[in-house]
Design a protein around this ligand. Structure first.
Ligand code: GLU
Length: 479
């Protein structure tokens, strides 16, 4: 078998979307699983739709996900250029070659004529196809139009009464009768290659062996095979179309829906663990043989087999992404965790400048993404609502615990682990409260909320002065 070569071929018409990232990852995993090459090529022929920063967004986010191209415009090898806008002449030459061989023809039809053609087809209830008006022009008519400078596109002549089929890597046999296809434009009147044409030329020039892409491209594949055949490219290419990613409602994700975090940059900005995002994407349409869901890139490469790629739509579940990121963050070493989360902190921690690491470590097991920590810190260390505390400490037993805690803390000079443990023991002995009845009222008194990180640690970080302050606020609210 030839060396496996896959490619991810984004158009920089938007930013790096989870759908694109999943396609890139599947191509990468398949190539690496088979000891092959993964190529990134930029398909920027639709110049009007390209967005500023589109290419940059692809490369920097691929890197963040740990998907390393073996070849691209950033690390070119002999199969370049890897940006389509730099290959225009090559496409033109091949389009004219097909023209000279009689496999393609010039189409002089205007937009208005083409629209009328489509309406006529719709009225007749047949599939809208180009009516081949220009296929039947005489050589004389063609030359006259050329000398009159009438703009023309070049269309491939689809061979009638044939069937184009391929064995899809994930979907099995797919067959399309050529009578259902229209003669596609391969070169626009401004000399720019059409998407299907440039793709075929590049896949051949770059010696691609497997094309893995979204199912929205299934309808392009028969055209691409027809173009390949016309060009006489005979290197074998396998096509595989992966399923759509859908939202919880079962509908295709809309790129306009801002609430969904659909761009990889969103995850980066929020401080998700990059390996978690990669791991999550791998499971969007592929499942490992075992139930183990947390898989490193190395394991993914090792385990990725095409038989386990599903053809039914896969659900995008943000909660699962959060769960996965939490799994990765909570297992980081303290050192790595601290340097990772510090980049995302925007609360002013100068008041606790000697305890920053301790504060951040309180949340290591809890957070799904680093930015989440800001609100958590704010709520524990910078907000205290005594009235709410009064409203929550209502039973006599809880009030007794709180009173006992207050009088014990007033008797000590310094708060440290030993003294605070002693206080808890004293309160327990005096009030006979234990478990939740011991800890909850004290937690409420000290932090104002029912949930949060380890209570002893919070007390140590807050320190005696802050705790006394909070206690007096609470006492004042009781009046
Ligand atoms: N450039 C195409 C896109 O962004 C991908 C083409 C392909 O994978 O063949 O959708």
């Amino acid at each position: 078998m030839n060396r496996v070569r896959t490619r991810y071929a984004p158009s920089p018409t938007g930013f790096f979307h989870i759908g694109g990232a999943r396609t890139a990852l599947f191509n990468y995993l398949f190539a690496k699983h088979n000891h092959g090459d993964f190529i990134v090529r930029i398909e920027d022929t639709d110049i009007k739709r390209n967005v500023v920063g589109g290419i940059e967004s692809q490369f920097s986010n691929l890197k963040w996900l740990g998907i390393k191209p073996d070849e691209s415009c950033e690390n070119p090898k002999e199969f370049g250029p890897y940006i389509q806008s730099q290959k225009m002449q090559r496409y033109r030459d091949l389009a004219y070659k097909l023209l000279s061989e009689g496999k393609a023809y010039r189409c002089f039809c205007t937009q208005e004529e083409l629209i009328k053609n489509r309406i006529d087809a719709a009225n007749k209830g047949v599939t809208p196809k180009y009516n081949r008006h220009c296929l039947f022009l005489s050589e004389k008519e063609i030359q006259k139009k050329i000398s009159d400078k009438i703009p023309y596109t070049i269309r491939l002549k689809i061979i009638d009464n044939k069937t184009i089929s391929w064995k899809d890597m994930f979907r099995g046999e797919i067959a399309v009768p050529t009578n259902c296809l229209t003669d596609p434009v391969i070169l626009k009147s401004n000399g720019i290659a059409m998407y299907n044409f440039a793709v075929v030329v590049d896949d051949s020039d770059m010696k691609i062996t497997h094309v893995i892409r979204g199912e929205e491209h299934i309808s392009n594949t028969p055209y691409q095979i027809a173009i390949r055949d016309a060009l006489g490219f005979n290197n074998k290419i396998e096509y595989g179309h992966i399923s759509l990613i859908v939202g919880k409602d079962g509908k295709k994700l809309s790129k306009r829906d801002q609430s969904l975090h659909q761009f990889i940059q969103n995850y980066r900005d929020l401080g998700f663990h990059p390996h978690a995002v990669t791991n999550f994407l791998a499971l969007l349409g592929w499942s490992p043989k075992t139930n183990v869901e947390i898989l490193s890139m190395e394991q993914l490469v090792n385990d990725f087999d095409v038989d386990r790629v599903s053809k039914s739509p896969c659900f995008f579940d943000f909660d699962r992404m959060k769960w996965m990121s939490n799994q990765y963050i909570s297992k980081m070493s303290d050192e790595d965790y601290l340097s990772f989360v510090k980049k995302f902190i925007n609360v002013d921690l100068s008041k606790f400048k000697h305890q920053i690491d301790e504060i951040l470590l309180l949340y290591k097991k809890q957070i799904s993404y680093a930015k989440e920590i800001n609100d958590l810190i704010h709520n524990t260390f910078f907000v205290y609502n005594p009235q709410e505390v009064c409203n929550k400490i209502i039973t006599e037993q809880w009030q007794k615990v709180v009173q006992s805690f207050i009088s014990s803390i007033n008797q000590i000079d310094e708060i440290n682990l030993e003294s605070i443990k002693k206080i808890f023991k004293q309160v327990k002995d005096i009030t006979k409260a234990s478990g939740k009845d011991l800890f909850m009222p004290i937690r409420l008194l000290v932090t104002g909320v029912e949930h949060g990180p380890e209570l002893l640690k919070i007390i140590l970080i807050l320190g005696k002065k802050e705790i006394k302050d909070r206690i007096s606020k609470y006492i004042n609210s009781l009046k």
